[in-house]
Design a protein around this ligand. Sequence first.
Ligand SMILES: Nc1nc2c(ncn2[C@@H]2O[C@H](COP(=O)(O)OP(=O)(O)OP(=O)(O)O)[C@@H](O)[C@H]2O)c(=O)[nH]1
Ligand SMILES: [Mg+2]
Length: 201
Amino acid sequence: MDLKGFDQPGSAAAGETRSVKVMIAGGFGTGKTTMVRSVSDIKPLTTEETLTQASADVDRLIGVADKTETTVSLDFGKISINDSLVLYLFGTPGQERFWFLWNGLFKGALGAVVLVDTRRLASSFRAIEEMERQNVPFVVALNVFPDSKDYPVEEIRDALDISPHIPVVACDARDRTSSRDVLVALIRHLKERSAVVLESR
Ligand SMILES: Nc1nc2c(ncn2[C@@H]2O[C@H](COP(=O)(O)OP(=O)(O)OP(=O)(O)O)[C@@H](O)[C@H]2O)c(=O)[nH]1
Ligand SMILES: [Mg+2]
């Protein structure tokens, strides 16, 4: 994986900007659209439709009872991390009936954030499996809601069955700085991974 341009500002050739595709994934209602909206430098593109009663049995709304809309295709946003790095953000749909779109959406993605609502951990199991299946490096972002319990990170790691090298960070998807910090954690993770790959050659 070529991560040229992931270094600090100034290390890329003068005027060179690297564009990277990053996925914002996770289970239903975990805050993917909220994160893309809060962090994007441009007016994000969203494809939300009104939640229908038909999905109520399938997608449990515990904790997000005031949720009225769901992503049916994708969210799209963009953020400049520094002079040499621009991230293009693609938010995935969370409802299971739209997961067939994930294969196409992930093409060319260098990394992903998997958002997790710790009140509904199981809703993000499938997303984590997908990252592993598609071999996309990822970080886990625990989107903290007012009534989320403060579980030790190790407990969450065990419950999600993710390996120790995958970063787990807490965030508030509504907050731009917090969401940006998650993306920076992902970039660091990608850099560390690429260093390991290069060293092992
Ligand atoms: N309290 C709190 N509420 C949040 C936070 N993030 C999102 N919400 C709310 O939680 C609900 C779900 O957020 P969305 O951003 O639509 O979630 P999503 O993952 O895009 O949902 P789908 O596309 O349907 O899978 C919305 O009602 C948000 O207002 C958060 O960090 N804290
Ligand atoms: Mg959404």
